[in-house]
Unconditional design. Structure first.
Length: 473
């Protein structure tokens, strides 16, 4: 193999490993990918999904109580010592009866001495080995608790689904806040770095003029101070960006040692702000927290009905088949029996326990109603405040956009004036600071606008098709 070919092969191999490592160590997330990853990894959502599965099993269990039940039992016993009981002495009875007949028929002369005394004697009526096998079918004909339990389990399933939706909406808002927070710190860092580059370029120009004797030592020091004042800000923003990335990893549920970045832009897009009354009405109907509490209210009502069901009687039909046998040895005498019937039970008095249980459930229902009222008031207030915030921020957007353009133009003019000899370092410094401030303000305002919209969407219960598909799956 030629030396050039070997060099080319080594280069290609190194390039391959570099590409491979870059693909495995780093991962880029768009907002949609971040939401999808967080929904898959978030432990609270996993728990909420398990709660839905648990509720589905509870519904099947409740239906099972209304279906027939079949119970089978079997047993075998062997007496080491047979049980005995006091019973009249059959020998005395038989002997005395025989002599009395003979005496009365004058077969033999009466002789009282031949009669035995009447006493009880311990006797056993059990056999040594016994077995029994039985099967019983029971069908509930009427039980209010069973029928109410079926309805309550279905409502509980609906509650678990609403809670899952609420948790998904909460995680989505957290992802958006973390995603755009990462972008915000990243772009603020880029602005600061750009400002640092501007000041370093200015320092380079001033240094050239200074060497030629065209600028004073004071102007040279001003340019150096400008650079050193900006540099700590860059370090600070680098740390902020690192912290934002770590929080983003936590929200996504990925390993803290993994390398990732948020891919996107903090850009303004016009949002059709709903009327306050329409948004409030939509929130009261679709907010997931309110929906969950409404379903909780239905469950409380079902628990009241369940407690009251203890006043009602219970009726069940049953059929029993038994096969058994016994013997002193292993030659069993076998027999079978079959029974059918109805079982009726009704409590007439239990010390007022049922009444007190119903009262406790009624208090629980009233507590839920108060919680629902408080939550509705809070949601209405939050919707109004969020809409006002969106409107206020939207008004600021145009102003900060104009400020950025003016600051960029002012910085260009300051540089031009200085290069032409009619400007000063102070003008450049002020223009650089104003440009950095304007760009930062624009980012901050647009970020607040995007997050406020995300909060409003959560308040009014907005989920897109993919998010609903995740819940249904």
């Amino acid at each position: 193999m030629k030396k050039n070919d070997l060099t080319r092969l080594i280069s290609l191999t190194l390039l391959f490993f570099i590409i491979l490592m870059s693909n495995t160590n780093g991962q880029s997330f768009t907002l949609e990918q971040a939401i999808e990853t967080a929904l898959e990894n978030n432990r609270e959502i996993k728990i909420a999904k398990m709660e839905v599965q648990k509720a589905e099993e509870a519904v099947d269990e409740a239906f099972g109580y209304a279906l027939p039940s079949l119970d089978v039992s079997a047993g075998f016993s062997h007496f080491l010592a047979k049980p005995k009981m006091a019973f009249p002495d059959f020998e005395s009875l038989l002997t005395n009866a025989t002599y009395n007949i003979l005496f009365s028929e004058n077969v033999i002369p009466r002789d009282e001495s031949k009669l035995l005394p009447m006493q009880t004697k311990l006797q056993s009526f059990a056999q040594t080995n016994n077995y029994e096998a039985s099967a019983q079918v029971t069908q509930i004909l009427f039980n209010s608790a069973v029928f109410r339990g079926i309805g309550a389990s279905q409502i509980y399933l609906e509650l678990s689904r609403e809670q899952l939706k609420a948790k998904v909406a909460e995680v989505i808002l957290s992802v958006k806040q973390a995603f755009y927070g990462t972008l915000l710190s990243q772009q603020m860092l880029e602005i600061s770095k750009a400002s640092l580059r501007n000041s370093e370029e200015n320092l380079s120009n001033v240094s050239s003029y200074h060497k030629q004797g065209l600028t004073s030592d004071y102007e040279m020091m001003q340019a150096e101070v400008m650079v050193e004042n900006i540099r700590p800000k860059v370090y600070e923003l680098e740390n902020m960006y690192s912290d934002a990335l770590n929080k983003f990893k936590i929200v996504l549920g990925v390993d803290q040692t993994s390398e990732l970045e948020a891919v996107g832009e903090i850009e303004f897009s016009d949002y059709d702000i709903p009327e306050v009354d329409d948004a409030v009405s939509e929130a009261l109907k679709k907010n997931f927290d309110i929906s969950s509490l409404k379903v909780k209210q239905q469950i409380d009502e079902e628990f009241i009905a369940l407690d009251r069901s203890e006043y009602w009687p219970q009726l069940a039909a049953f059929g029993n088949y038994t096969y058994a046998g016994s013997a002193d040895d292993w030659n069993f005498q076998n027999y079978s029996s079959t029974t059918v019937g109805l079982s009726f039970s009704m409590n007439l008095f239990n010390g007022g326990r049922t009444k007190n249980k119903v009262e406790q459930s009624l208090i629980g229902l009233r507590q839920t109603e108060e919680q629902l009222g408080n939550l509705k008031d809070f949601i209405v207030s939050e919707v109004k405040n969020t809409i006002n915030e969106i409107k206020f921020v939207k008004i600021q957007v145009d102003a900060v956009e104009r400020n950025v353009k003016l600051a960029e133009k002012a910085y260009e003019i300051a540089n031009t004036r200085y290069n032409e000899g009619s400007g000063t370092q102070l003008e450049i410094k002020n223009a650089n600071i104003e440009l950095q401030t304007a760009r930062t303000n624009r980012l901050q305002v647009v970020y607040e606008y995007i997050i406020a919209i995300a909060k409003l969407e959560k308040l009014i219960g907005t989920l897109d098709v993919n998010e609903m598909k995740f819940i249904n799956d």
